[in-house]
Design a protein around this ligand. Sequence first.
Ligand SMILES: Nc1ncnc2c1ncn2[C@@H]1O[C@H](COP(=O)(O)OP(=O)(O)OP(=O)(O)O)[C@@H](O)[C@H]1O
Ligand SMILES: [Mg+2]
Length: 335
Amino acid sequence: MSTNPDKLLVVNNLATTFNTSAGPLPAVGGVSFDLNKNETLGIVGESGSGKTVLARTVMGLQPRTNVTVTGSVLLNGHEMVGVSEDEKRKYWGTEVAMVFQDPMTSLNPVMRIGKQIDETLRVRLGMSKNDAKAKAIELLELVGIPSPSQRYSAFPGQLSGGMRQRVVIATALACSPKLLMADEPTTGLDVTIQAQILNLLEDLKEQFQMSVVLITHDLGVVATRTSRIIVMYAGRIVEMGTTREVFTNHRMPYTRALLESSPKVSNPSHTRLITIPGRPPNLLKLNQGCSFAPRCAYATDRCHQQRPELQIAEEPGHSFACWNPLPSKREAATR
Ligand SMILES: Nc1ncnc2c1ncn2[C@@H]1O[C@H](COP(=O)(O)OP(=O)(O)OP(=O)(O)O)[C@@H](O)[C@H]1O
Ligand SMILES: [Mg+2]
């Protein structure tokens, strides 16, 4: 698979375990997927399902201690697992960049926004002071910041939430990455601004010829903006397929529960209204069967005893991990 030139990212059996005082916590439990060049992939799942840890592991950003990462991440042919920080650093910014979940922590509040972009350009690309400033203003303009030359000298706190997120995106794009990972890029923004930021990401993806991983707990966000979706539960992929299949022909009861509890378009994006009945899994005490079984209306004895692996569905690229799946469209039609 790694030799396919269309694949920008090939993730194979990736697992991230935090060694906590309460025992090993498998935040990502063996995940495999790939991403084509110029593709937008959505990663969805409840809070705590492992979306952020997965994204950070793909980037090679994890605490230095108390974490074990196994498996493989081939980013444009470069292995990111088990290599030194120096090696990974070579790819940060240019091959892969991330828009982090909390925009306030990704911007330094006491540093002018232009300087924050400058610094990336000077350190990563070795640009001169003047060139970096000109490029930073260009980037601010590109992400739709009005009067970019003036805003260059503003502090993050002087900008609205939407403008700050545009700055975060400009910083991520500074070194023209081939893959942009956007982790809940619209959390905390109101609906209108949310749509603007998502449209901006879509435009920039085309301009920069990037691949994008869009991480969200809100299925409304990925519905029209991704070609494929990965559904995560308890650190594993439980369903994946084309966006259309996942929305219209999902087989895993958890996917259905997610869709049914997805925030309505009229609500602000930060309303964390995902309330699937039952308690989210305790990763320190995962059962031996399907981790969703304790909350699943369709669970059988087997579901509690044996973990289902991903199995291929009817449509190409669609797979799901479930012993007692919902009927497919075709099965439903013949009943
Ligand atoms: N540094 C860490 N040490 C120990 N456990 C961690 C650490 N970081 C994350 N976790 C745990 O890993 C699991 C997955 O967390 P993660 O942040 O990836 O979830 P998420 O899907 O991004 O959720 P959200 O939608 O709330 O952002 C959680 O149980 C979390 O508590
Ligand atoms: Mg997260």
